[in-house]
Write a protein that binds this ligand. Structure first.
Ligand SMILES: [Zn+2]
Length: 191
């Protein structure tokens, strides 16, 4: 895979997510969007490596991290959101990478409709957030020895006890696969 194609895939994924944003807040919670099922306790993750760069991404219901799925309504909730966002930006919150791969976190971003402070530019209908809301995290690592990315430990479960499973898709060194991690089986083989 070339650098361009990995980046293109990432951009497409981001575009698909933002195109979907208007559908997350349907009141019945059963919007037939198709690709965006939202089940509490269930996280989706992806790992994609190209050269020395590794992207780790996660989408999870906000409820699983916060216990609610709307904007903060008091200082306590604001503090919880801020602490959670801070934690999600740390290198070992989502996965523990093999030490031999020698990976260092370069960038991290956390996005969610419930984090938006500035509503300008949004259509009126996208306000309210009465339905479900996801939190999306992306982390970019630089790995000195990407060939050693043979397994990861999903650290998510240690940090967020509401998460019961994580479905993971990965593309590493031209190999692709998928796996399901649970608190009992948090180690994932990437071979
Ligand atoms: Zn929900």
């Amino acid at each position: 895979m070339t650098g361009k194609s990995a980046l293109t895939l990432l951009m497409m994924a981001l575009a698909a997510n933002s195109a979907n944003a208007g559908h997350e807040h349907s009141l019945d919670g059963h919007h037939g969007g198709g690709q965006h099922a939202h089940v509490h306790g269930h996280a989706h993750m992806s790992l994609a490596q190209d050269g020395n760069t590794l992207w780790v991404e996660m989408r999870v219901p906000a409820f699983d991290l916060l216990g609610f799925e709307r904007e903060a309504k008091d200082d306590g909730e604001r503090a919880l959101i801020n602490a959670t966002v801070y934690q999600l930006r740390q290198s070992q919150t989502l996965v523990k990478l093999p030490e031999a791969a020698n990976c260092e976190l370069q960038k991290a971003a956390v996005e969610s409709p419930i984090l938006e402070q500035d509503h300008s530019g949004h259509s009126h209908e996208s306000h309210g957030h009465k339905g479900h809301a996801d939190i999306e995290v992306s982390q970019q690592f630089e790995c000195q020895n990407p060939a050693s990315l043979n397994a990861v430990e999903v650290a998510l479960f240690n940090n967020y006890s509401r998460i019961e499973r994580a479905d993971i898709q990965w593309t590493l060194e031209g190999r692709q696969g998928s796996a399901r991690a649970t608190p009992a089986e948090s180690q994932i083989n990437l071979k």
